[in-house]
Ligand binder design. Structure first.
Ligand code: 1GP
Length: 229
């Protein structure tokens, strides 16, 4: 029903941050392919539920990117399950997943679940610290993780995560060059239409997060930059 292969753009909203209702409405009706709810800090059942119920008033697909087992709330269209391929802590690769399956495996509708193979590159982002990601990596390592995601693990999404900083565009281009089946999500530092257009040329899907809270009007323009082609 929802096919990430057809997506170009998503907004990622942080359940720990407030957004005026009027802005949320403009995001939901912007033509973006999905609203992803996810964050690293204080992601609770309460604030996930509150944000989901606001997004749910609109037709846009609403996705929960699961970061803690405790904040899994029913009612989303899709659940993205990250596995941090360059984490030094097995919990973030498969440990919490094992725990979640043990507790909820029988209740899960697998058609709502999409696994993301993450590679977190910005050493200064919260996600890198939280997941103990090995960010001392070269482009060749990133390409190898992309190949692990696609060829060994057959993951539907490879997520190149620079949260808070912009990648070198050549890294994104090269990463796309080794992927054929896994959808390349790129997130990090996209704040305006021009950057969105440049990164959208190589990434299958661009993720716009912080810009929503920092410069809303510019963030909104990132949709048309990748969706008009
Ligand atoms: C964060 O990849 C997203 O998980 C988006 O990054 O917040 O830098 O836009 P930004």
């Amino acid at each position: 029903m929802y096919d990430v292969n057809e997506w170009k753009h998503v907004f990622k909203l942080d359940p720990n941050k407030d957004l005026p209702d009027e802005q949320l409405e403009r995001l939901c009706e912007s033509g973006t392919d999905a609203i992803v709810i996810g964050g690293s800090d204080n992601v609770t059942e309460d604030n996930v539920l509150r944000l989901m119920s606001k997004v749910r008033r609109f037709l846009v697909p609403c996705v929960l990117e699961v970061s803690t087992i405790d904040s899994i709330v029913p009612g989303f269209d899709l659940y993205f399950i990250p596995s941090v391929l360059n984490s030094k802590n097995a919990d973030w690769i498969v440990g919490m997943h094992h725990q979640a399956m043990k507790e909820y495996g029988e209740l899960m509708s697998m058609e709502e679940i999409v696994t993301e193979g993450y590679c977190i590159v910005n050493p200064d982002c919260k996600a890198a610290a939280l997941t103990e990601a090995d960010t001392h990596i070269e482009t060749e390592d990133i390409l190898a993780y992309a190949r692990v995601a696609e060829n060994l693990l057959h993951l539907p999404i490879f997520y190149l995560e620079y949260s808070g900083m912009l990648a070198d565009i050549e890294t994104v281009e090269k990463t796309k060059g080794v992927l054929d089946k896994s959808v390349l999500f790129y997130g990090g530092g996209i704040k305006d239409a021009e950057t969105a257009e440049r990164f959208g040329r190589h990434a299958d899907v661009i993720v716009v997060g912080n810009a929503v809270y920092e410069d809303f009007d510019q963030a909104l323009k990132t949709v048309a930059a990748v969706k008009t082609k």
